[in-house]
Design a protein around this ligand. Sequence first.
Ligand code: NAP
Length: 290
Amino acid sequence: MTAAAGDTADPPDLRTVRLPSGKRVPALGQGTWHMAENPRRRRAEIESLRMGLDLGCTLIDTAEMYADGRAELLVGEAIEGRREEVVLVTKVLPSHASRRGTIAACEASLARLGTDRIDLYLLHWRGSVPLEDTVDAFTRLSDAGKIRYWGVSNFDVDDMIELAGLAGGDDVATDQVLYNLERRGIEFDLMPWCLARRIPVMAYSPMGQGRHLGHPALRTVAARRGVTPAQVALAWVLRSDGVIAIPKAGSAAHVRENRVAADLHLTEDELTLLDRVFAPPRAKQQLAIL
Ligand code: NAP
């Protein structure tokens, strides 16, 4: 038997990543995009999230956008009775991110999630609302105890610099961005910029939405280690300190498999092999988004 799936032994404690506040969160969380879209998958999705909590993947990422709020409802159901275990992350749409709109969106998310506090509230991407208005709303929500920390998503370096220059802007707790073997552009500038300021990067679509898992290089490394390509892809994203990965898994088997990946350390030879196929950036690339 390999370390891939069905490993029933107690896993070692999950590695954590430090937010700028000092709070530690698990390096491996759980995504929820496309959950709550198909009623027939609902039970399996809730069980997956609960299995993830059992395995220590207590950071759950969702958004008001996902399934038009139904993903937040599903998360609320999954974490019922377990709220204190969870680092709850959700996002406000840019079209709602005005001073008043952010507060109204937050209240609606809290109601759907069945809680009185969001741990990390993110601006989903940058829209036309001035950033200072959103930051002001985040600060007020934080003062009111409705959110603990706030951050951004899909911000490139120039956006981060602008944000850091605003009053209260340096309270940003994370930038959630696309990062996987095929999307390495952030390694050139955004990742070093964030990590130098101790702002963790939260990697979304860490397995490329499953699309590159059939790649021969991944399969080669996986076969040599007796693990799956998905585990190699996830271990690769998690190889750097200061990176949090939030794969979405719709089955308990996938969740277990992903949890094992958090303890998989790729060797220098394996990393070199992957670099040959999935080349690191040599110049600035515009931030890739989904
Ligand atoms: P992803 O996590 O890279 O990939 C999800 C896909 O991988 C699903 O099809 C899933 O299938 C499959 N999968 C999961 N575990 C697997 C395993 N062990 N073996 C084989 N396949 C596996 O992509 P994502 O959902 O786009 O990204 C993750 C999360 O990031 C999202 O759910 C969302 O929370 C967040 N996100 C944020 C943004 C943003 O703009 N901020 C954008 C995109 C995503 P099953 O469902 O069958 O398990």
